[in-house]
Write a protein that binds this ligand. Structure first.
Ligand code: ADP
Ligand code: MG
Length: 387
């Protein structure tokens, strides 16, 4: 009887055919292409990310990022450049020794505040100290310095007690600041961070700073919203300033006046309410929140501690990196799915053919290699993905 299998000699017995078929099945079913499908795409994906300044420090992040529902952003240094500058100084009539209109009163207030802030490393402190330096103001001697995280600083300048901080800092120190409340609201509505200054137990004035948005913040937030993410701003700054900045940048939700130690529980709340959450931050006090989030994204220009706590680091420090990172994750997983499809497709077609002895082992071997190469080249095409 002539065999329907061309390469099996009709004189050969059924046993030879079975051996041939067995070898072909083994070669075909060897999961080479399947095994390559995921790692090759991940490798090309993380390489592409690195080229774009997106460093993936934790492999799981590239998988999680495509499922992110909420993006939480720190304000200072993340949405804004983090280099605030003094824009306004308001002096109250209560502040001796000079009348309100006298320019020297402004310098005197700045001198007290800057002498105190010289003890702090906060960006707000730096802004005040720099402003005094620009004006060539000689700083007084600082003693009894205390910093209260998220509230402000206090100490003695040339023996006089000085406090610089927010509303909470003043009310906790028993200082009535009603004399400057209108100025305070006005400055905050202008998206400025207004710090109250008290000298000798009385409200002396306000020093306001403004921080400029990073060039691409508005566009990045808009794109994230288009991608279906809920955008949230998380900041220790007061409600008015935070809302004014959120409005400028287009962020939908604001969580303000959050103490550094409470950032983690705010992330947990967002995770419960919205789902998978990415936190983007730059500061030391963002580190625990970066760890709590499903994906922690650190701004590469930020502190080492934030970078250390992150899953993804954006080397260039621009928010558009968040958009690219999510696109990268989506593109990589699309690739993985394609690869798996082709690897399975090939196996499901080839295995039955091989079982019936219709596939010569050498051809099976060639097809095998082709399938692996196909998966690799398909992964390589990920390099062309638009991020
Ligand atoms: P952010 O989240 O913007 O980094 P923080 O939590 O560090 O803010 O501080 C919250 C608020 O506390 C500031 O907006 C400021 O009003 C006040 N504050 C904190 N540190 C200082 C400081 N060194 N000098 C004056 N005010 C401060
Ligand atoms: Mg910050």
């Amino acid at each position: 009887a002539s065999s329907f299998v061309p390469w099996v000699n009709p004189s050969q017995d059924i046993l030879s055919l079975a051996i041939f078929a067995g070898i072909a099945v083994l070669v075909i079913a060897c999961p080479c292409a399947l095994g390559l499908a995921t790692p090759t795409a991940l490798m090309v994906g993380s390489g592409l990310g690195a080229e774009q300044g997106i460093l993936i420090r934790n492999g799981e992040a590239i998988q999680t990022m495509k499922e992110i529902k909420a993006g939480v952003f720190d304000k200072t240094g993340t949405i804004t450049k983090g280099r605030p500058e003094v824009t306004d100084i308001v002096v109250t009539p209560l502040f001796p020794p000079l009348p309100k209109e006298d320019e020297r009163g402004v310098d005197e207030l700045l001198r007290y505040a800057a002498s105190l802030e010289a003890g702090s490393e906060h960006p707000l402190a730096t802004a005040i100290v720099n402003s005094a330096q620009d004006k060539k103001i000689r700083l007084g001697s600082l003693t009894d310095f205390t910093a209260i995280a998220g509230h402000g600083v206090s100490g003695k300048i040339d023996g006089k007690s000085v406090i610089v901080g927010n509303r909470k800092m003043m009310s906790d120190s028993g200082i009535d600041f009603s004399a400057v409340i209108n100025d305070l609201h006005r400055l905050e509505d202008e998206a400025k961070t207004a710090m109250l200054v008290a000298v000798d137990g009385k409200i002396a004035g306000i020093i306001a700073v403004a921080d400029t948005l990073k060039e691409d913040s508005v566009k990045a937030i808009e794109e994230l919203k288009e991608m279906g993410l809920v955008t949230v701003m998380l900041t220790g700054d007061n409600k008015r300033t935070a809302e004014a900045i959120a409005k400028k940048v287009g962020i939908s939700r604001v969580i303000s006046e959050v103490l550094p130690q409470d950032k983690v529980s705010e992330i947990k709340r967002v995770q419960m309410e919205i789902g998978m959450t990415a936190m983007v931050g730059d500061g030391i006090n963002d580190a625990p929140a970066l760890t709590q989030a499903n994906v922690g994204i650190a701004i590469g220009t930020g502190t080492d501690i934030a970078i250390e706590a992150s899953d993804v680091t954006l080397v260039r420090g621009e928010l558009s990196g968040v958009v690219s990172a999510i696109r990268l994750s989506r593109a990589t997983f699309k690739k993985i799915r394609q690869n798996l499809f082709w690897a399975y497709f090939y196996n499901t077609i080839a295995i039955p053919i091989a079982i019936f002895g219709l596939l010569h082992p050498v051809i099976a071997e060639a097809a095998m290699a082709f399938s692996s190469i196909n998966v690799i080249t398909n992964s390589m095409r990920l390099r062309k993905a638009k991020l």
